[in-house]
Design a protein around this ligand. Structure first.
Ligand SMILES: Nc1ncnc2c1ncn2[C@@H]1O[C@H](COP(=O)(O)OP(=O)(O)OP(=O)(O)O)[C@@H](O)[C@H]1O
Ligand SMILES: [Mg+2]
Length: 221
């Protein structure tokens, strides 16, 4: 699903590369934790995977798509197969929970009945059916984060990329969030979660851990 081949990334006006000859292979359906200290390159690696940054060297492949060769106009097509979850939820604050989740399906061109059915389904999965009509900005942090997850899951993505998805959550909600990401909800998708919180790793078993140390990748069992 994901293949990085000796990928280096050096940002403009920086001497030290953010990623140094990183090679990584993630099989379809695999769950991967991406860990490392602040500044180690976690966000950079995820941004390469959804085409927000280009590698300075090496190749980045998602599915059969070589992102280094992808024309910018084809980027929206790739993004539609991805579910992205960020630390700051980036919800539309005045819109209802329902509308926030529906939007990702409407842009994919689905008809209203299909959209309504699918939104109801994912809201039930994240246990938010009762708040479907509430404006997003009236929800608690944990509830908003679950809306963000529902929004990412709704189109049935092949690949879910989450950058510190539990960063704003208390320990209970953080654990609940991780359980949603490792559970059946993701429908067999490949999942990569960047987190610098080691307690989460010990709480949620069964994932592969990939560690970045100042731009270099190490695999730990
Ligand atoms: N747009 C940018 N321009 C220049 N340097 C950048 C840019 N984005 C990130 N960097 C640098 O690249 C390195 C890796 O940053 P990155 O955001 O990938 O780290 P991170 O592991 O996600 O850290 P954190 O845990 O704090 O989110 C850092 O040294 C950072 O300063
Ligand atoms: Mg980061």
């Amino acid at each position: 699903m994901i293949r990085l081949e000796r990928v280096s990334k050096t940002y403009p006006h920086r001497d030290e590369p953010a990623l140094k000859r990183v090679s990584l292979h993630v099989a379809p359906g695999e769950f991967v934790y991406l860990t490392g200290h602040s500044g180690a390159g976690k966000t950079t690696l995820l941004r390469l995977l959804y085409g927000a940054e280009m590698p300075s060297r090496g190749r980045v492949l998602v599915g059969n798509t070589d992102l280094g060769r992808l024309a910018p106009r084809h980027l929206p097509l790739l993004r539609r197969r991805l579910g992205l979850v960020f630390q700051d939820f980036r919800l539309l604050p005045r819109r209802s929970v329902f509308e926030n989740v529906a939007l990702s399906l409407e842009v994919a061109g689905l008809d209203r009945r299909t959209v309504a059915h699918r939104v109801a389904e994912v809201l039930e999965q994240v246990k938010l059916s009762h708040l479907a009509q509430a404006p997003a900005d009236t929800l608690s942090g944990g509830e908003q984060q679950r809306v963000a997850l529902a929004r990412a899951l709704a189109p049935g993505p092949d690949l879910i990329l989450a950058d510190e998805p539990t960063g704003n959550l208390d320990p209970d909600n953080a654990l609940a969030m991780m359980r949603l990401l490792v559970g059946d909800y993701v429908g067999g998708a490949t999942v990569v979660v960047a987190t610098h919180d080691p307690t989460l790793l010990s709480l949620v078993r069964g994932g592969r851990v990939v560690h970045l140390d100042r731009g270099r990748l190490e695999e730990t069992a």
